[in-house]
Design a protein around this ligand. Structure first.
Ligand code: PEP
Ligand code: MG
Length: 321
């Protein structure tokens, strides 16, 4: 069998010199929760909720979403579940939502742009379901995360909706509270604005799949430009560093939930760049947990420093292998 197979570690892991690194799983549906827990995930670092909306004729109602979010929170009684609000548009079409026919869907109405626009009703329903699930569970911890943010105003507007929903629920006698609230860093704009955003959120989670595409102007999934749109490009590393640097010395934690987080060859570099949470496809959780325990954070910082000074992707690859 493969050399990447590692023993499952149920417990949280830390580096050889004692820095705890959360290793979480990315999921799309509740069916993926149990397998993630079995692989030793500490929690869910990315629940891609659009999967609840795919392959069906209409949107799941508040009750159906409430069940899914409750199950997620209860699966990780000692961990955190980061639920990303609907990220529809771009490469994620949903027939019943009547999405616009755009020439450049990746640059169009997707993610938070739709939630603050044409899908405002869906956004509110989703927030109600999430906040009710949080209020009704006395284990675990919920975090709400916004996709494809580019401006501070979007974060403020989304928070205003969330606060209004909390007020509505309270009037209905539900003990809703403000959950952890954060944004994905998956556009260059948010990496540049991280020092402003840091005052308005509890966490950042770096989405390297989109971040690499937008930093490098190289469409994800397009083989002809795959070499450019690689998260090992030094320009992508610098966008990551801009984010972790902005959060340094604050209470804001920085995680990563793009594909880059699941590669054990990159764990040392990511720890060196300042990430304290890594979320990935569940199958890679054991290997990344094993790798974390071998890392010395000073050596990791030195590696990150060298990688940030690299002039090319090849230089970065040479450093990490
Ligand atoms: C990302 O962009 O890196 C990410 C995790 O989100 P998605 O892959 O769902 O776009
Ligand atoms: Mg993304």
């Amino acid at each position: 069998s493969e050399s990447t197979e590692a023993d499952v570690r149920e417990e949280a892991v830390e580096t050889a010199d004692g820095r705890e690194i959360e290793v979480a799983a990315n999921i799309g549906t509740p069916a993926e929760l149990a397998p993630a827990a079995e692989r030793g995930a500490d929690g869910v670092g990315l629940f891609r909720t659009e999967f609840l909306f795919l392959d069906r004729d209409d949107a799941p109602d508040e009750e159906e979403q409430y069940e899914a979010y409750t199950e997620a929170i209860e699966t990780f009684p000692d961990g955190r579940v980061v639920v990303r609000t609907l990220d529809i548009g771009g490469d994620k079409p949903v027939p019943y939502l009547d999405l616009p026919d755009e020439e450049n869907p990746f640059l169009g109405e997707r993610g938070i742009r739709r939630s603050l626009g044409p899908d405002a009703g869906l956004f509110e329903t989703q927030l109600r379901a999430l906040l009710r699930a949080d209020a009704d569970t006395d284990v675990g911890s919920l975090a709400i995360m916004l996709p494809l943010v580019t401006t501070v105003e979007e974060v403020v507007a989304a928070e205003t909706v969330m606060d209004r929903v909390i007020g509505d629920l309270k009037r209905d006698g539900i003990d809703a509270e403000r959950p952890e609230f954060g944004v994905m860093i998956e556009t260059p704009a948010t990496a540049f604005m991280a020092d402003e955003l840091v005052r308005r959120v509890d966490f950042f989670s770096i989405g390297t799949n989109d971040l690499a595409q937008y930093v490098m102007a190289a469409e994800r999934g397009n083989d002809a430009v795959a070499d450019l749109g690689d998260f090992r490009q030094p320009a992508v590393l610098r966008a990551i560093d801009a984010t972790t640097s902005a959060a340094e010395g604050t209470d804001v934690w920085v995680g990563m939930c793009g594909e880059m987080a699941g590669d054990p060859e990159l764990t040392e570099l990511l720890v060196g760049l300042g990430l304290t949470e890594l979320s990935m496809s569940a199958v890679t959780v054991p290997a990344v947990k094993a790798r974390v325990t071998e890392i010395d954070t000073d050596a990791a910082s030195a590696l990150a420093e060298r990688a940030l000074n690299a002039a090319s992707k090849d230089e970065v690859i040479e450093l990490i292998t």
